[in-house]
Design a protein around this ligand. Structure first.
Ligand code: ADP
Length: 393
């Protein structure tokens, strides 16, 4: 067994954003040395790693040469050069999660087909290479309104996803490869994080619930545990385990799920890394998702995934109308509230809707936590210095 702790071992991380930064809290805890590659000289990871390299994550040579210098390579963002990972793997480098997982999920069409092939429940879909093929399927009456259009490669955080209700909604769509999914009336949006190590040990975290803003269609609260029946929760965890095993995934896999009106569970999509839906675990779980990721990719024993306390997470995103040097207005007021911990990612510049941090609220009573979360959301504002006076008037 490799000695990772206070040794010459080096873990390489592609991507230096907030997920990497929170992973580095754990490598520091274990005294595991790290190298980080990111294009931004101001990447949040910069302060926490042992060696920082500025470079393009999509460039073959940059990723390959970075990977050569580390013992195990991982990533905190999916947009990396896969060919470089494949070459490193072929030369015997340990890359976790594997390039194969990335190949199976980077394209939404390939990902959906993977679920179908492996008997994993997901909404019915068509794959089209271009807009013309999509139009023809409508003319042939194979595809019916309403449906959900998703770009195969362009989507992130709701961009590249459109609900198509009639022919007028089709005109503005870009001409590119896409999927058309059956529109599912959703009772709840849920997520389960599964950890799996190279030895095949598997553990699932409790089911979390994504509560959406009624109008803005943005996730407002991530709530753990989800306020759902135990039978539905068990079904969700069982399906999530099946997904992780189908991918033979190593590391964390965050699985986003729909609970239908009939209490069916459908897999929407996965992320092969620590996930926004698991941030609550830093304060609320026996083993937080970042520590678990380190344990999983280094083939260490997986930690207990149970919660110690109820947890809710609120994203801190840049306020509309504010661009520039960031200020966290009324942060002290929220810190005076019971069980409230802010996490500030360290991005110096705010922009409307940019993810700047998050806040965790813990309470043994989840409905009490939910009330405090609402107060947090109303109190703290992520604004820019330049607009300070304007915002106060
Ligand atoms: P992204 O990768 O951009 O997050 P998603 O595939 O998660 O895109 O879709 C974004 C949101 O769109 C989901 O959280 C859900 O609210 C809605 N959505 C996606 N697919 C469907 C569907 N088949 N039926 C109904 N709503 C959907």
């Amino acid at each position: 067994m490799a000695n990772y702790f206070s040794s010459n071992f080096i873990l390489g991380i592609l991507g230096g954003g907030q997920l990497g930064k929170m992973m580095l809290y754990e490598t520091r805890k274990f005294d595991i040395a790290t190298h980080v590659l990111d294009p931004s000289p101001e990447a949040p990871c910069r302060i926490g790693c042992d060696y920082f390299e500025q470079g393009d994550l999509m460039d073959f040579d940059t990723v390959y040469n970075f990977g050569k210098k580390v013992d195990v390579l991982t990533f905190e963002i999916e947009g990396v050069n896969i060919e470089a990972l494949e070459k490193l793997e072929a030369e015997g480098k340990k890359v976790y999660p594997s390039s194969r997982t990335l190949r199976n999920i980077q394209d939404k069409g390939v990902q959906k087909q993977f679920y179908k092939t492996h008997g994993i429940p997901t909404s019915p879909f068509f794959i089209f290479q271009n807009k013309n093929e999509l139009n023809e399927a409508i003319v042939r009456k194979e595809l019916h309104y309403p449906f959900v259009w998703k770009s195969c490669t362009g989507g992130y955080d709701g961009k590249g996803v459109n609900i198509i209700r009639d022919a007028g909604d089709i005109n503005p769509l870009p001409d590119e490869s896409c999927i058309a999914e059956k529109f599912i009336p959703i009772k709840n949006e849920l997520a389960v994080i599964v950890a799996r190590n190279p030895s095949g040990d598997v553990k699932t975290y409790p089911v979390v619930e994504m509560e959406f803003h009624p109008e803005a269609n943005q996730v407002e609260y991530v709530i753990c545990p989800a306020r759902i029946d135990a039978t539905v929760a068990l079904k969700a965890r069982t399906i999530a385990t099946k997904v992780s095993e189908a991918f033979e995934h190593v590391g964390l896999l965050a699985i986003e799920l729909f609970q239908t009106l009939e209490d069916e569970i459908l897999v929407n999509e996965v992320a092969p890394r620590p996930h926004n839906s698991g941030h609550y675990s830093i304060e609320a779980s026996y083993t937080n998702q970042f520590e678990q990721q380190i344990r999983a990719i280094l083939d260490l024993p997986l930690g207990n995934t149970d919660s110690k306390v109820g947890g809710i997470m609120v994203n801190l995103v840049g306020a509309e109308g504010h661009t520039g040097e960031v200020v966290y207005q009324q942060i002290e007021e929220i810190m005076a509230m019971d069980g409230v911990t802010p996490h500030i990612y360290g991005k110096k510049q705010t922009r409307p809707f940019r993810k700047m941090g998050h806040v965790t609220i813990v309470n043994k009573d989840i409905s009490e936590a939910r009330k405090i979360a609402e107060k947090v959301k109303k109190t703290i504002k992520v604004i820019s210095k330049q607009n300070n006076n304007y915002a106060n008037t």
